[in-house]
Write a protein that binds this ligand. Structure first.
Ligand SMILES: *[C@@H]1O[C@H](CO)[C@@H](O)[C@H](O)[C@H]1NC(C)=O
Ligand SMILES: *[C@@H]1O[C@H](CO)[C@@H](O)[C@H](O)[C@H]1NC(C)=O
Length: 405
């Protein structure tokens, strides 16, 4: 009986700990609609207000402009700044240029705007041929880091964003994935050393939709987190079963880092998502239904905090691509839309976990947990008192009842 109680206590504690340490921060990606597409401009203040109203914890700004950074001042939203690719060579060759960028985009707003991380470029590698790798990338990161330190800012980490499809040629089985050879040695290895030294994170864009489309062996259920007995792929080298494509891709990244001896660097998924419409009729899986399923399941999966087979807490941050659909009145109806809001900022899906209701639910759960502990404590102390009394005052032999018929 006592050991049963102990077992119960241990399992309840384990559940409580796992439910209160939801490790992954879930954010969204935002970029100003490019004017060349004829998109309707939305004011930075309107975007910031919407993000706050939706209780979104973090935003990745793809084209960080000062007005947008200012709009998030005084909010509790963590901001991920991305420096546009054309600036990266200049940041590398000219420390004054890097310092000026940091001064105008970070120092002017920090810490009123909660800037948490800076990505120096986004998939810079893919614009260069393997014979001419962008060796300046690390130097640019170092110059941004140095500029922050010179201004007395030590809490913002510096990294760069990679794209899964540009650096991991073979995702399955995840345990034997490796970074693409040329860029892996020339570019990624020294960057991993920099990230390790500065306590920064490895940032990667993961596109399960594209991976699903390009691989006939991946089922739609596996790609959109459908739970079914048959929806798994086994990594034969490790015997680990994968139940969704997202975890498989994250673990392929972790294995690739492990090959270079850096398996403990935190991973940030800089973007992931599923489009609700495609460019042509061939994209039959780009529908609001699949997109909604993918996003709801992804959020639920991350909120449960069960991690991936190779990384206990999973990615430290995940950014959903993207906040707002690109709207183009000039274009035909069919375009690839990834937004969780349409161009008029109306919700396309009911995404729990991003919203207030989920927070209230979490508080309720905590209150219930406290009550449970209290009850458990009372039961345990009651038992102890009973045991103590029996010890000091042994009960008399119980009289036998004799049944009479
Ligand atoms: C370096 O950047 C600063 C600031 O933008 C600029 O004034 C200077 O001319 C640049 N130096 C070179 C060598 O390009
Ligand atoms: C990195 O983190 C470790 C442990 O938290 C700390 O001791 C160290 O000072 C940090 N280094 C930098 C460069 O922030």
């Amino acid at each position: 009986m006592q050991s049963n109680l102990l077992l119960l206590l241990i399992s309840i504690t384990a559940i409580a700990i796992s439910s209160t340490t939801s490790a992954t921060t879930i954010g969204v990606t935002y970029s100003n609609p490019a004017p060349i597409y004829g998109s309707v401009p939305i004011s930075p203040e309107k975007i910031a207000a919407k993000v706050v109203a939706m209780n979104i914890q973090a935003v990745r700004l793809l084209d960080s402009n000062p007005e947008m950074i200012r709009a998030f001042a005084g909010t509790n939203v963590a901001i991920f700044l991305s420096i546009p690719n054309p600036m990266v060579p200049l940041l590398a060759s000219n420390l004054s240029f890097a310092s000026l960028w940091v001064y105008h985009n970070v120092f002017a707003f920090y810490p009123r705007t909660k800037i948490s991380v800076i990505s120096v470029g986004d998939d810079v590698i893919s614009s260069y041929s393997p014979d001419d790798p962008p060796l300046f990338l690390l130097r640019a990161m170092q110059n941004v880091q140095k500029s922050l330190e010179n201004l007395g800012i030590f809490k913002i980490s510096v990294s760069t964003t990679f794209s899964f499809s540009s650096i991991v040629p073979k995702a399955f089985p995840p345990s034997s994935a490796q970074f693409e050879q040329g860029n892996g040695e020339a570019i990624i290895r020294p960057i991993l050393q920099f990230l390790e030294r500065t306590n920064s994170s490895f940032m990667i864009k993961i596109d399960p939709y594209q991976m699903y489309r390009s691989s006939s062996s991946i089922t739609i259920g596996f790609a959109i987190f459908e739970t079914s007995r048959f929806n798994f792929r086994e990594d034969l080298a490790t015997g680990v079963r994968y139940h969704n494509l997202f975890d498989m891709m994250v673990d392929a990244v972790i294995s690739s880092m492990a090959v270079m001896g850096h398996e403990n660097i935190p991973v940030i998924v800089a973007e992931t998502g599923w489009p609700s419409s495609g460019i042509d009729a061939g994209e039959i899986d780009a529908t609001p239904y699949y997109s909604g399923q993918f996003l709801r399941s992804l959020i639920g999966h991350l909120r449960r905090g069960s991690g991936t087979p190779l990384r206990k807490g999973g990615p430290s941050e995940v950014y959903i691509f993207e906040l707002v659909d690109k709207y183009d009145p000039e274009q035909p109806v069919t375009s690839r839309n990834w937004g969780i809001l349409d161009h008029s900022l109306t919700d396309k899906y009911q995404l729990l976990g991003l919203k207030d209701s989920e927070t209230i639910f979490a508080i309720l759960l905590t209150v219930l947990e406290i009550f449970f502990y209290l009850a458990l404590f009372m039961i345990a102390s009651h038992r102890f008192i009973g045991w103590y009394i029996r010890r000091n005052d042994p009960p008399r032999p119980i009289r036998r009842h004799v049944r009479r018929n």
